[in-house]
Design a protein around this ligand. Sequence first.
Ligand code: FES
Ligand code: FES
Length: 177
Amino acid sequence: MAKYQLNINGEDIDVDVDPQMPLLWVLRDEIGLVGTKFGCGIAQCGACTVHVSGQPIRSCITPASMLAGQPIRTIEGLANGTELHPLQQAWIDVDVPQCGYCQAGQIMSAAALLEQNPSPTNDDIDAAMVGNYCRCGAYNRIRKAIHLASENTTTPFYDASTPNIEQIDGDMKGEQA
Ligand code: FES
Ligand code: FES
């Protein structure tokens, strides 16, 4: 076991776990942030995507101890207080999810894309989202929602490297699993 501190969604959280424990298990089993999902466990499906210093990573294969001192953002920290991230609103407007299981990872990958490229083309979207699988085949609606979020946003997307402190209890917070 090892004690270290993680910065998750703007909050410093002390953990005492095996240093090799992947971030996904720390999030879900130690901290109770279950919006991030386990899919394949081998970095192939994207269900476990979160941001570290603004970059999307696969939390299922990344030891949490490596991330001490770096800002981590999960789906629970994506909104700005009670204001949904433009992608979350677009996801609702387009009615993207089917079973919903992959969606937190999809949104986190899309959020990282829009932070770097606020007006992506279809090709840009396909390239950024290629590692996020959806067994329900919602790819067309995901692409449509990313375009909608891009079009509806007049202010810059959040600074992905500086997580919000406030969190919300809204529909997009993440489902219990
Ligand atoms: S669960 Fe991490 S990529 Fe599939
Ligand atoms: S909505 Fe079911 S796996 Fe994507």
